[in-house]
Design a protein. Structure first.
Length: 182
């Protein structure tokens, strides 16, 4: 009995260590509010814009294509109020590309899904706390087809550097989203 009790105590006290190992390996189960939507956002939401990120040698075409989606109700609220209301979820897909010469010219197109960024508007800090929440948003990146396991430990390290130049626009590159123009 004593050895079973000791084994149980050791297993319970070891759980934080196992959780830490999972974090160190970059396999973090994200807060539910930050998960990639379970519904088919590609057909049920609005694509608000896309970015083409050129290859190091622009003659090679695009290195990545980013396609960005938002729920229709959240889009309507943004257009009415000029801000993202609490809970607005933005999904940005990051696609690897293929580039080829077509009859219309050299073209790049989306090929392989590299992953998805999810941002959730949290202007009052009510939706979550911890290292994936701050500056009015919840932040997470999901590699490949993943929808719940993120490799984003802290948005300040993983996300903010890219979004900082758009701070005066609420950390969103509004110029790339024609659907948000009022």
């Amino acid at each position: 009995m004593r050895s079973k009790t000791l084994a149980m105590i050791l297993s319970i006290t070891s759980l934080p260590a196992f959780a830490q190992m999972a974090t160190e390996a970059g396999q973090i189960t994200v807060e539910p509010v930050l998960e990639v939507p379970s519904e088919d956002y590609r057909t049920g939401w609005v694509q608000i814009g896309a970015f083409s990120v050129l290859a190091e040698n622009p003659a090679e075409g695009a290195h990545e294509i980013h396609a960005v989606f938002i729920d229709e109700d959240a889009l309507k609220a943004y257009l009415a109020e000029g801000r993202f209301v609490e809970g607005t979820k933005i999904v940005k897909e990051v696609w690897g590309t293929q580039t080829e010469d077509l009859t219309t010219g050299r073209a790049s197109y989306a090929d392989t899904l590299k992953g998805r960024f999810v941002m959730v508007a949290d202007p009052d800090g009510k939706l979550g706390e911890g290292p994936r929440f701050g500056d009015g948003w919840g932040w997470a990146f999901f590699p490949g087809q993943e929808t719940r396991i993120t490799d984003t430990e802290d948005y300040r390290d993983a996300c903010l550097a890219c979004h900082e130049p758009a701070r005066d626009q609420g950390l969103i590159y509004l110029q790339g989203y024609p659907a948000l123009r009022r």
